[in-house]
Design a binder for this molecule. Sequence first.
Ligand SMILES: Cc1ncc(COP(=O)(O)O)c(C=O)c1O
Length: 378
Amino acid sequence: MENYIYLDYNATTPVDREVLEAMLPCLSQQFGNPSSNYPLGQQAYKAIQQAREQVGALINVSADEIVFTSGGTESNNLAILGVAYANQSKGKHIITSSIEHPAVINVCKFLESKGWEVTYLPVDKNGRVNPEDVEETIRPDTVLVSIMHANNEVGTIQEIKKIGEITSQNNVLFHTDAAQSLGKIETQVDLFHVDLLSIAGHKLYAPKGVGALYVKKGVHLQNITWGASQEKGLKPGTENVAHIVALGKACELARQQLKVSQDHLLAMKMQLLNGLKVHLDNVWVHGQPEMCLPNTLSMAIEGVSAFHLAEKLSSKVAISTGSACHANTINVSSVLKAMQVDEKRALSTVRLSVGKYTTREEIDRAVSEIVKAVTELK
Ligand SMILES: Cc1ncc(COP(=O)(O)O)c(C=O)c1O
């Protein structure tokens, strides 16, 4: 894979070397069970507590508001199902958006099948939810609003602070899926009026299969799995100590590196976009640049099938498409559909996402590979 250019950091990130170094001892010498009372166990317990502090510090909340999970998907399930089940006496109405990740949408669909009512708010052509729509949709039986912080496909950042003000004024719990925003943009929970926030380790240089859910003090969740009392009974089972330690370290690094990282990501993205625009005159960028993740470039190269482009590039550059091919039929992404992108443009849409290891030299090579592939496909 030498010389391979990875431009799909929104799909996943490699594990940071410092993160790997932090977690490895937990797999060998420091292998104790955190529930054991002798020193080996207590060492593991302390390692988890340190990780809890590190995760809390990144989003500016206290450590005891962090619940470790197996990733973004589980955090979203725990937040939504946990609130829904715990608040049935208040009501069974949930508000979300039409551009959420399947780890939110499909949980809502499941609840609909069990008698809950879900409102899927529309988005504008830039992929943004109008906070006024949230306000107008809240009813006396609304128990939860779940709106993602930043979208994985197009990078659109939502007006979380405004939405949070509305939900807190109306006494409705607010969950945000921050899997894509953490480590890329400022995510200060105390400024957002958020009650629950989902974190996915592998999007911020920790391993796959670990995540966390911030649960604001005083918010009651019904557990969705049953076992012993780990993680206040919300994630029962012996803790994945190594991965939790890795997530803690990754969050510490993300906090220390945020400013530098943001500047770097934006510089790489702009070099990529400007480089492509020099050679291609049919590029259409989705979303508003100032309300977009600094690392995410979602664009249509008109007249070119994104699927064929990604396929052609696949041995040299990793990119993702705005559409998925299943059994020889190509489905337009539901996010682009919700943004009312016409089908032709959606089928030409690629997502390029840079990361902290992306270099200027890689971007130069990526531009020439993409331009070459586009020219050949045309
Ligand atoms: C916005 C968003 N939410 C949730 C998830 C799911 O996270 P995980 O893969 O850790 O389950 C992802 C991963 O693609 C994501 O992008």
